[in-house]
Design a binder for this molecule. Structure first.
Ligand SMILES: [Zn+2]
Length: 142
């Protein structure tokens, strides 16, 4: 979690990067298994409260939530929210909150489908692998 598989596959890490240029404020997590093909979903990695649900034509939907166990702010980007999800709603760990979205804008730029996941302290984002370590979530870099 947040991708509903045992081990999170990090395809782009947190920090400065060459492409797209700039500081990557989260990690990109693979959201498909290719052989046999399986579409994965986005699930609540802990009990969360939904703060905001939004949409951008370029980058798809985004969900901002508060971790009720960790206290962190969590951001899920390039998603379409699950039916019934709404701002202000509390969601239990492991519940499906969204499915991944790849917009035409992303496809044209050869972005593979992924979840962009951010974890925020009081003022700034930090490397989500710290969050994974704190919560015993397994991950690997590809
Ligand atoms: Zn990203």
């Amino acid at each position: 979690m947040p991708v509903n598989r045992h081990t999170q596959i990090i395809v782009s890490p947190f920090g400065p990067r060459a492409w797209p240029p700039g500081f990557h404020r989260g990690v990109d997590l693979r959201t498909v298994i290719r052989e046999p093909f399986k579409q994965l979903f986005i699930v609540a990695p802990e009990n969360i409260k939904i703060i905001k649900i939004g949409w951008q034509d370029k980058w798809g939907g985004n969900i901002i939530a508060r971790g009720l166990d960790s206290g962190y702010k969590l951001k899920f980007i390039h998603v379409k929210e699950a039916d019934g999800l709404a701002e202000g709603k509390t969601v239990e760990t492991g519940t499906i909150i969204a499915r991944p979205v790849t917009t035409d804008y992303m496809k044209e730029r050869n972005f593979w489908q992924h979840l962009h996941f951010e974890t925020w302290g009081p003022v700034k984002p930090f490397d989500p692998v710290k969050y994974f370590d704190e919560r015993g979530i397994k991950y690997e870099y590809k």
